[in-house]
Write a protein that binds this ligand. Structure first.
Ligand code: PLP
Length: 284
């Protein structure tokens, strides 16, 4: 079965789907995106993903191509057309549209480009990975200063992730020039202090406001866990009791090693695994 993409009002096999070469997403990375996770056939944290999309669009002054309710219908249609019945992800991208190349915004009236793709995710493999945990590396923070916008301009993230892959690691953690660990190339980073406090970088321009981050912060007190949104250094992290990553399709992924340093006893921590279990129960 061929995968189906949605492009500006049309559903097409992915290989036939096209956008114009003067699309500003292609020429300038002038656009935003969202990843909607799908679990047990349903879109997870759907309203929060739409809310973040709204913030990203507003920050770049790009209009909604369609009302959010219509976008939701398209997302659901895409699940059906791509036969995603269990785990998967929907990728939605909106760019400022097609116009002769010129840095400043095009004249009013240019319609934003809307693309949606879908694909299944092997959830069993991710569950198995979580039982083992992942190794990560640290890299210098070299991204622009508006990381809160989910922009398709991801060069620094791509290079960081490739660096991680070449060193056999699953993720790269950005560390700024003050030694502060901000987040992963495609995930929110968390450490659990020796006192058992779930700690993550505060919101602001320095990190993407992760939707899974938001869900974990909302859930933690119900599990009797204390949370703290504050800056912390890589050095402090290396002494942590546990560490984990969160993202839309990985949920909670325990971290067992950062660079050469083993975290805890080198196995996924009990709190991290309990959080993962609880999160999955909730989204089910
Ligand atoms: N930070 C960055 C840079 C990301 O790209 C992502 C997800 O792709 C996240 C954090 C986690 O966000 P979410 O939990 O919404 O997937």
């Amino acid at each position: 079965m061929s995968r189906i993409a949605y492009v500006n009002g049309r559903y097409l096999p992915v290989r036939q789907a096209q956008i114009a070469i003067e699309d500003r997403g292609f020429q300038f990375a002038d656009g935003v995106y969202e990843v909607f996770p799908v679990y047990a056939g349903h879109i997870v944290n759907h309203a929060w993903h739409l809310q973040r999309l709204s913030q990203s669009l507003a920050a770049l002054r790009i209009d909604w191509p369609l009302p959010p309710a219509v976008l939701t219908l398209i997302l659901k249609d895409m699940l059906r057309r791509n036969r995603i019945i269990d785990g998967g992800m929907l990728y939605l991208q909106i760019t400022r549209g097609v116009s002769p190349r010129n840095h400043a915004f095009p004249v009013p009236g240019v319609r934003p480009t809307l693309v949606v793709t879908a694909r299944p995710v092997d959830m069993a493999a991710r569950h198995a990975q979580a039982e083992i945990g992942v190794r990560v590396i640290s890299v210098p923070e070299n991204r622009w200063t508006r990381r809160d916008i989910k922009s398709v301009s991801l060069l620094a993230n791509i290079l960081a992730k490739q660096g991680a892959a070449e060193r056999g690691a699953a993720e790269a953690l950005f560390v700024n020039d003050r030694g502060i660990l901000t987040e992963g190339a495609s995930s929110t980073f968390w450490m659990i202090t020796r006192e058992g406090v779930l700690t993550t970088h505060p919101l602001g321009h320095d990190i993407l406001p992760g939707v899974t981050r938001r869900a974990i912060l909302a859930m933690a007190p119900e599990l009797g866990l204390q949370t703290d949104e504050r800056e912390f250094s890589l050095a402090e992290t290396l002494q942590a009791r546990e560490a984990f990553l969160t993202s839309a399709t990985n949920f909670v992924m325990p971290v067992i090693q950062i660079d050469a340093q083993i975290i805890g006893n080198g196995k996924p921590g009990a709190i991290s695994l309990a959080l993962r279990k609880s999160y999955i129960e909730r989204i089910e």
